[in-house]
Design a binder for this molecule. Sequence first.
Ligand SMILES: Cc1ncc(C[n+]2csc(CCOP(=O)(O)OP(=O)(O)O)c2C)c(N)n1
Ligand SMILES: [Mg+2]
Length: 572
Amino acid sequence: MPTKTIPSGTVADVYLQLLADRGIEYLFANAGTDFAPLIEAYAKAQAHGSVVPKPITVPHENVAINMAQGYYLMTGRPQAVMVHVNVGTANAMCGLINSWRGNIPMLFTSGRTPYSEEGGLPGERSGEIHWPQEMRDQRAMTREFMKWDYELPNGQVLESALDRALNIAMTEPRGPVYMTLPRETLAAPVENFRYASPSRHRTPSAPYPDPNAIDEAAELIANAEYPLIITSGAGAALSDVPKLAALAERFAIPVVQRKNRYMCLANDHPMNIGYDPDAHLDEADVVIVLECDVPWIPRKKSPRPDAKIIHIGADPIFASYPLRGFACDLAILGIIGATLPALTEALASHEKRAASRIDARRKRIALTHEKLKQRLAERLEKARVAAPIHPGWINHCINQAKDDNTIVLKEALTPSEHFSFSKPCTYYSLGQGGALGWSLGTALGMKAAAPGKLVITAVGDGSYMFGNPLAAHYVGKAEKWPTLTIVYNNEMWNAVRRNTRDVYPDGYAARSNREPLTYFEPGTHYEKTIEALDGYGETVKVAAELPAALDRALDQVAQGRQALLNVVSSAG
Ligand SMILES: Cc1ncc(C[n+]2csc(CCOP(=O)(O)OP(=O)(O)O)c2C)c(N)n1
Ligand SMILES: [Mg+2]
C-alpha cells in the first residue's frame, strides 16, 4: 500500500495536506477564534511549499456554501467549507438546506469552541467568547440537513474520518456532510503521521437499475398511446442530456421540464414541449417522473386516474421528504445515467410492435412543438415593447447576448421562456430547498472552476438581497472572478404576492392591489453595490436600451471587471 508520511507538525497541518491529497482544491472559509491552528498551518504550508487546498476568504457563510456548490456542479468534485463554530454554522444553514435537497456533496466543517478551561492543552480556551459559544450539541443544528456528522476527537482517526466523510458525501444520492474540528484537536502535535495515498477507501459505485423493473417500464411505455416524461433534475451530469435526448427522440416521448434545475433537454429538441406538464396530463396514459420531486400539484392538476406512473431516480421516492404521496405504479432506483440507456435498449425490442403509435405521436408532437414556438414568438413581440420592461424581454436579451457555452444561473422567479439552451450544463435554477440567495455564490464557484466561461446570473431583486451581494461581489473582486449579474428589479417579492392571490383570489389583499409585506419602495440602486467593489454598474429602464447595456456590461466582464445591470421591470 503506497503511503506518505508527514514527519512532524499539528493535526491542522496534516489535515490540510490530507485534504489536498484527497482532491480537495479549495477551502471556502469564514474564520473565527477556532481557526488559529488552521491559520498557522496555512502560513506554515506557504513557508514550506506544502500542497494544501487554496484558502478563499468569504465574508458570508452562505456565499461560501454556494461557492462550493458551484464548483462541484462544474467539476463533479466536492470541496471543503469551514465556518466559525455555532454562529458561522447558523449563518450557513440556508445554503446547506439547498445543498441537502439538491444532493450537492461537500465537506462542511466548523470549529468547535475549545472544550478545555485549563490544564495547558494547546488550543485551550483563551477568550471570553469560548464559554458562551459552546453548545450542548452543535451538530444537532444541522443534523436534519446532513448525511453524516462527526466531531474529530484526535489526529489518530483523521484519515478514516475524512475518507468516510467524503465517501458518504459522494455516495448516491449525494449530499453534504459535517465535521466539527475542536481547537485542541487541530492544535495537537503529531509525529510521523502516515497515511495511504491514494486513499484505500473507495466511494461505492452508483446504483444501477434492476433489469426486471426496466423491462416492466419498457412494456408500459411501449403500450402507451401518449407517454410523457416530466423532469426537473436530468442534466446534473453532462452525459445525462444526450441519453435523455436519444430516448425521447427514438420513441417519440415528449419531455416537459418542470421547474427544471438543470438544462435537461435542448429547447429545439423535437420532443421538448416546454415547461408546463399540466397541459398534457389529461392525455398522458404513462407518466415518467424522471428525477423530479414534485411532478404536479394535486390541488391544481393531476394525471388521469388510469395513467400508469413510473418514478425514476437515484432516490425515486425522495425518502427524506416527510410527506410525498404521488401515485407510483413502478419506481426504478438508479442513476439516470444508467437507467436511460437501459430503458432505451429495453424499448428497442418493442420498437417494431409500437412503430405505428410512435410515428403518429412523432407527428403530433412536432405540431405541439411548433405551436409552442409560435406562441412564444407572439409573446415576445408583446414583451419587446412593454413598459416597464417585461422579464421575458430580459430573458430574450440575455439569450441574444450569450453564446452556446455561456452559463446562465436563474434565480429570477419568473418563467424562463425566451431563454434557449443547446448544450448541457449551461443552465441552473437551484435553490431546491427553497432557500433564496444561492445564485451569486454559485456563480463565483462556477467561475473558479471554469475561468474561461462567461457566467451570467439572472436574479430577482429580493433574491439578490438574500444572496449577500456585498460579500459575493467582494469575492468576485478579490479573486478576480468576474461575472455578470442582471437584477430583475420589479420592486417586490412577486412570488409571495402571487401566492397570496392563489390562496385568496378575491381577498382583501388581492383587491388592495398593493399587498402588504410584498412590495419594496422604488428607487434602490443595486448597481451601486457592485460599484463599491470597483465593478461596472448601470440602471436600465427602457426595453429598447437593454441590448446595448448588455453589450457594455459584457465588454467590461471580458476585460476582467465584474458587472451588474439593475433592470427596472414589471412583474410579468
Ligand atoms: C431565505 C428565504 N427567505 C424567504 C423566502 C420566501 N420567498 C419565496 S419567493 C420570495 C420572493 C423573491 O423575490 P424576488 O427575488 O424579487 O423575485 P420575484 O418574486 O419578485 O420575481 C420570497 C421572499 C425564501 N424562499 N427564502
Ligand atoms: Mg422581485
